[in-house]
Design a protein around this ligand. Structure first.
Ligand code: ADQ
Length: 468
């Protein structure tokens, strides 16, 4: 088996349970295969001029190799192009996208830096797996340096339809960059269809079937690989003292009430304000839930320095305060809002106590919280998952109660249905959902992707696609 080299913007220590779908899924992948994980250390270097040095740590069988970014590179590549241009645009939020001057140059410069630092560490037989929107052009940069290894790419966030993708300045260049890979993995069939449509409608190329796309005189294989969770690992977490203690405390505190839960990074794509508004509407339209239903919303801090994130934070604090002010009683607060990251070990306890999970993003690549919630339910008396039809997970999890997060009254109705669903229906839906998350777990995701990458026929010149 060839050595696996994973490249992502941030390198996570697979021994530590981190908050963030990417770190969790890749930690699982690397611990099994061994190999090298390469990326930014998360630190900003003092001074700006010197070429950054590589640092190496070992985590069991895995080598973790990282480097620092200069402040300028961090601001333009990471905060700028990745998180103020690509993140909103790929989540269909062109209104929030800032294609500011200097961002794009920083993005190109740092991708070149990644390639320059990584290329000397590579061995001829390596399989390279690059992750996410920060590093779309990395394969093209590596090809330019002569790397001929198999290189796969996985996009953790959505790939929007052609009219939205084509609004990104430089979209042609971005799309050409995908063609330097052997395999491009996307979360859903819909994302893969969008890619194929762009190739035909915007690039004048052809979709040759079975995910093979042809354009720019080159070919790339583009397929959906829906990411999953490690069901057993997550269930084991439920046995930890932290999880059990959390469950016990919550049951004591909320024993006779119905707990609903929302767990997200505090990001505008997650639709938290609309969720809170729907919960307010539930209390207004269905008064039997007053003094009974309690929404525990945990929103972990993320990208705090960006204005859009500060805005949403203030909006949420205001909303939670308003709703509690309007409906709260001395002995009951409708919303418990916490702006912090919960230790991963405590999450199972919270999922188990919740009768309903509200996973209602406006747009999400997949959403692993939906899968974690299902994994933690008691099959004999399971809770109900309310899932946005715009989460990638909705393509697989059809037995959830699907909701349109833009329709506040409709969402309130769905929450009401979830809170009052008969046991037989809850069991039936849960059974199907639990089978699905077990079948499409993180191991299946990893092995399907790596097998497809190993199987790509290599009958093309590998440097052909590097866009200028
Ligand atoms: P994220 O946007 O980070 O990931 P998600 O899939 O929900 O979203 O993963 C979140 C992970 O972080 C889960 O394991 C969850 O338990 C944890 N987490 C979230 N909020 C937390 C909190 N407040 N406290 C503690 N832990 C928290 C990106 C894409 C997703 C895609 C993943 C994986 O945006 O669409 O599913 O990558 O590909």
């Amino acid at each position: 088996m060839s050595r696996l080299v994973i490249v992502s913007n941030r390198v996570g220590d697979p021994r530590k349970a981190a908050a963030g779908g990417l770190a969790v899924a890749l930690g699982d992948a690397l611990s099994t295969a061994g190999g090298l994980w390469f990326g930014w250390s998360g630190h900003i270097a003092e001074g700006t001029d010197a070429e950054p040095e590589l640092r190496e740590q070992r985590a069991g069988a895995v080598r973790l190799v990282t480097f620092d970014l200069s402040k300028e590179d961090h601001d333009s590549y990471y905060l700028g192009y990745s998180n103020q241009a690509l993140w909103p645009a790929l989540h269909y939020r062109l209104d929030l996208a800032d294609f500011g001057s200097g961002f794009f140059a920083g993005y190109q410069r740092v991708n070149r830096l990644f390639a320059r630092k990584l290329a000397p560490l590579l061995e001829p037989g390596d399989t390279i797996w690059i992750h996410d929107y920060h590093l779309i052009p990395l394969a093209a940069e590596l090809r330019r340096l002569g790397c001929r290894q198999r290189i796969g790419f996985f996009l953790h966030i959505p790939l929007p339809p052609p009219p939205i993708f084509a609004a990104i300045p430089g979209h042609e260049w971005l799309m050409r960059s995908f063609f330097a890979y052997d395999l491009v993995g996307l979360q859903t069939r819909a994302d893969a269809d969008h890619f194929g449509r762009y190739v035909v409608e915007e690039a004048g190329g052809r979709s040759l079937g079975d995910g093979c796309c042809e354009a720019y005189g080159d070919r790339v294989l583009v397929r959906p690989f829906p990411i999953g969770i490690d069901v057993d690992e997550f269930r084991r977490l439920a046995l930890s003292s932290e999880s059990r203690e959390t469950e016990r405390t919550l049951r004591e505190q909320y024993g006779h009430r119905r707990v609903l839960v929302g767990i997200d990074r505090l990001d505008y794509s997650k639709g938290i304000p609309k969720r809170l508004r729907a919960f307010r509407e539930l209390l207004a339209n269905y008064p039997e839930n007053r003094n009974s239903a309690t929404l525990i919303q945990i929103a972990s801090p993320t990208r705090e320095t960006l204005l859009a994130y500060e805005d949403i934070r203030h909006e949420l604090e205001g909303l939670a305060g308003e709703i509690n002010g309007e409906y709260g009683e001395l002995a009951w607060m409708p919303i418990r809002y916490m702006h912090r990251t919960w230790a991963r070990r405590r999450l199972p306890g919270l999922y188990r106590v919740a009768k309903v999970a509200l996973v209602t993003p406006l747009r999400d690549g997949m959403n692993l919280v939906a899968k974690e919630y299902v994994a933690m339910q008691d099959p004999a008396d399971p809770g109900v998952l309310v899932l946005s039809r715009f989460a990638g997970a909705a393509e697989q999890m059809r037995e959830a109660l699907l909701a349109n997060p833009y329709d506040i009254s409709g969402m309130a109705q769905v929450i009401q249905q979830a809170l009052h669903m008969p046991l037989a229906e809850r069991r039936e839906r849960h059974k199907a959902l639990a089978a699905g998350i077990r079948e499409h777990d993180v191991h299946r995701w990893r092995t399907d992707f790596l097998r497809a990458l190993a199987d790509v026929p290599r009958d093309r010149p590998t440097a052909a696609s590097a866009p200028a």
